[in-house]
Design a protein around this ligand. Structure first.
Ligand SMILES: Cc1ncc(COP(=O)(O)O)c(C=O)c1O
Length: 389
């Protein structure tokens, strides 16, 4: 083994999915081609001004300059408890049912280390956000993929999970509104998950990254509003997408007090908490006027319609998503996810994501992100129309 060889666990993980895309974009740029990327879901407009102002003030307060505690500031925990009550009708005890996370990604990764041992299984949506599968593998455990079935509204068929995997399961990752499919939670799905988790004694982690980016009047629920959910689960709530705060690394884990405590115990060994000024800015974001979030939703809804109309015009059958910041669509006949994405890059100089990047069940699909400024998105859509019609 060479000095710099990665560990076997790290070698078991495919390279981070956007690395390859970024390499291809760079190559095109070097060739002087103006590529428009509809790949990554990173809001293109700045964090709301009132949040930036709250941050400015918080940074000036020396009490935020010390090591944060992993339990979080009371202002942060109370803002979350109030937000969960008013927004989702969910009661959260600000003392022991919520703590900060340095982004949902960190939280999901560390949940794997807090709850999984070798031989354990984490049930993970496929296609899904990559850390649901990388986290368990890095923790020395196994990820059991749960294919999201289009005919079930992109929910997994819970009856199809092998018995032995259910017996070994200690964690389940679910996510609605769903990245990458844009699906919203089908009626009764959260209730069935609670039943299954009770029966097989595993912890459910609902990744609630997109509840605030929804369209056509749809209002996304919290998993924790499901009867019995707090007995078996936690929810990870990120401010990244709904509040345009991807760079701030601001999220929280809420729900089952014992599970929150176990996650806290792991974190006290690996990181030193979320910068308290960011916690105060996050609290301000949650308490702020709703109109900014609503404005973002109307921007994304308009862009969604632009993309969906163009795709339909070039013969792609696509449903308009009611949530997330993505359009998920089947590739035209005769193509794989990768061959279609490569063709779009070659012919139209537009980057879209191959569905297979998000897991084997994503094969045959592609994803378009709506976080590109209107002008560029319009140009990208025109290119798709003229090169692919
Ligand atoms: C489903 C899902 N969860 C979590 C994240 C990341 O959230 P954060 O920025 O809080 O780490 C993303 C980002 O794309 C996502 O799509």
């Amino acid at each position: 083994m060479a000095l710099t060889d990665p560990s076997k666990r790290l070698q078991a993980i495919p390279p981070y999915m956007f690395a390859e895309l970024e390499r291809k974009i760079e190559q095109k740029a070097e060739e002087g081609i103006n590529v428009i990327s509809l790949g990554i879901g990173d809001p293109d407009t700045p964090t709301f001004r009132y949040v930036v102002e709250a941050m400015r003030e918080a940074v000036g307060d020396p009490s935020t300059h010390k090591y944060p505690s992993n339990r979080g500031r009371p202002e942060f925990r109370e803002a979350f408890a109030d937000f969960y009550l008013s927004r989702f009708g969910v009661e959260i005890d600000a003392v022991d049912e919520v703590i900060p996370a340095i982004g949902a990604k960190e939280c999901i990764y560390n949940l794997c280390f807090a709850f999984l041992d070798p031989g354990d299984v984490a049930l993970a949506s496929d296609p899904g956000y990559p850390v649901y599968t990388a986290g368990p593998v890095l923790a020395g455990a196994e990820a059991q993929l749960l294919p999201l079935a289009p005919e079930l509204g992109f929910a997994p068929d819970l009856d199809a999970i092998p018995e032995e995997k259910l017996a070994a399961a200690r964690l389940m990752f679910i996510n609605y509104p769903n990245n990458p499919t844009g699906a919203i939670v089908p009626d009764g799905f959260f209730e069935r998950v609670v039943e299954l988790a009770r029966e097989h004694e595993f912890l459910v982690a609902h990744d609630n990254a997109y509840s605030e980016t929804t369209y056509d009047g749809y209002v996304a629920p919290s998993f924790l509003a499901t009867p019995g959910a707090k007995e078996v689960g936690v929810e990870v709530f990120s401010l990244s997408k709904g509040f345009n705060m991807t760079g701030w690394r601001c999220a929280a884990i809420l729900g089952n007090a014992d599970a929150v405590k176990t996650y806290w115990r792991l974190k006290t060994n690996v990181d030193s908490g979320l910068f308290e000024a960011v916690q105060l800015a996050g609290a301000a974001a949650l308490r702020g006027p709703r109109k900014h979030v609503e404005e973002m939703c109307s921007i994304y809804e308009r862009r969604r319609d632009l993309v969906v109309d163009a795709l339909r015009e070039i013969g792609v059958e696509v449903d308009a998503p009611k949530g997330t910041i993505y359009v998920w669509a089947p590739v035209p006949e005769g193509h794989t996810s990768t061959s279609f994405v490569e063709m779009v890059l070659e012919e139209a100089a537009v980057v879209i994501s191959p569905g297979s990047m998000y897991g084997p069940s994503g094969e045959g699909f592609f994803r378009i992100s709506l976080t590109t400024p209107d002008e560029l998105l319009t140009e990208a859509v025109e290119r798709l129309r003229s090169h692919l019609s």
